[in-house]
Design a protein around this ligand. Structure first.
Ligand code: SAM
Ligand code: DTB
Ligand code: SF4
Length: 341
């Protein structure tokens, strides 16, 4: 049995940009070759994605990350999908930063349920210095439990990524969300360039980059391809790529959006896998609204990570037990698990 590696076309090779990192090379994908992938017959696309997956990852393994909202609601930004923006009248109420002890207890529970990584999210435009000091204490405490750590706090200023790294941070999550062309339809209070600047700070501090986006915002296929092109052409591309399916929350401007065809969501996962072979591609928000069959196809398309635990930040996620059963039914194992459920 042999698996074929997908080689770049001559055109793509000519277009290849810098190749800085031997494991996460910038592969110089252009938008039209990414659209070509989207347009492949579904089975051909999934076959190719699964081949690339197997050439780069242990098959049948899924990485488990648990999320906790440590500072909920009241956010100054206007991201039109988000229930935490102060501008929209949603059921989410603004809260203060969670006390350290509560955070540590939640992390312990997540660890005991089998999560490998603990991701803490704050509804901030950017963290202030005194807030970052408190976050640094949380990171050190969670790291001390033997878990990998991730935070998502909005934009970072000079030196802040280094402070987080020194506290024991493994990953910083900051999404590009959509293509540069469509971005202005979704968020007006911070620019695409602002996001790239934060990502650069995170990368330069030596942290792992967790960066992905959302589909189902009303973007076109070309714009989905534009998001993937942006991500794949970060040099090096992110270690972790969350692909979120819009969770439609009452009170947000996108509440009445039409649902994306689930097969188009799966295609997006497959294209992320092919263009960023070594990244962990995370089947992220929107899993609660997906059938087991669709999730299994996402795994076949190369998703090898999920958010695990009954809550995302403010909205629901499948019960941990239901996910354990799903993994078991598909003979999937949790990455890094000591003893499997
Ligand atoms: N406030 C920080 C920021 O935006 O940089 C961090 C937290 S923010 C909630 C993290 C990501 O969650 C967003 O970039 C977006 O991709 C995702 N997200 C938020 N609301 C969502 C929704 N309703 N459906 C799907 N994904 C969502
Ligand atoms: C990411 O890409 N998705 C997560 C995490 N990073 C922080 C957040 C999903 C949020 C879904 C809506 C909510 O629960 O508020
Ligand atoms: Fe604020 Fe983040 Fe929500 Fe945007 S996505 S409104 S920045 S919490």
């Amino acid at each position: 049995m042999s698996f074929n590696i997908y080689y770049l076309s001559e055109q793509e090779q000519m277009d290849t940009l810098t190749q800085q990192d031997p494991s996460h090379q910038n592969t110089g994908w252009n938008i039209s070759s990414i659209i070509d992938l989207f347009e492949l017959p579904f089975m051909d696309l999934l076959f190719q994605a699964q081949q690339i997956h197997r050439a780069n990852h242990t098959p049948n393994e899924i990485q488990l990350s648990s999320l906790l909202s440590i500072k909920t609601g009241g956010c100054a930004e206007d991201c039109s999908y988000c229930p935490q923006s102060a501008r929209y009248n949603t059921e989410v109420k603004a809260e203060k930063l969670m006390p350290l002890e509560e955070v540590v207890n939640a992390a312990k529970t997540a660890r005991d349920n089998g999560a490998q990584r603990f991701c803490m999210g704050a509804a901030w435009r950017n963290p202030k210095p005194h807030q970052l000091d408190e976050i640094a204490r949380m990171i050190s405490a969670v790291k001390g439990l033997g878990m990998e750590t991730c935070v998502t706090l909005g934009m970072l200023q000079e030196g802040q990524a280094e402070q987080l790294r020194d506290a024991g941070l493994d990953y910083y999550n900051h999404n590009l969300d959509t293509s540069p062309e469509f971005y202005g339809e979704i968020i007006t209070t911070r620019t695409y360039e602002d996001r790239l600047e934060t990502l650069e700070r995170v990368r330069n501090a030596g942290l792992n980059v967790c960066c992905g986006g959302i589909v189902g915002l009303g973007e076109s296929r070309r714009e989905r391809a534009g998001l993937i092109a942006q991500l794949a052409n970060l040099s090096p591309y992110p270690e972790s790529v969350p692909v979120n399916n819009l969770v439609k929350i009452k009170g947000t401007p996108l509440f009445d959006n039409q649902d994306l065809d689930p097969f188009e969501f799966i295609r997006t996962i497959a294209v992320a896998r092919i263009t960023m072979p070594k990244a962990y591609v995370r089947l992220s928000a929107g899993r609660e609204q997906m059938s087991d069959g669709i999730q299994a196809l996402c795994f076949l398309a190369g998703a090898n990570s999920i958010f695990y635990g009954e809550k995302l930040l403010t909205s629901g996620n499948p019960q941990a037990q239901a996910d354990q059963q799903l993994l078991e039914r598909l003979n999937l194992k949790a990455t890094g698990a000591q003893n499997h459920h």
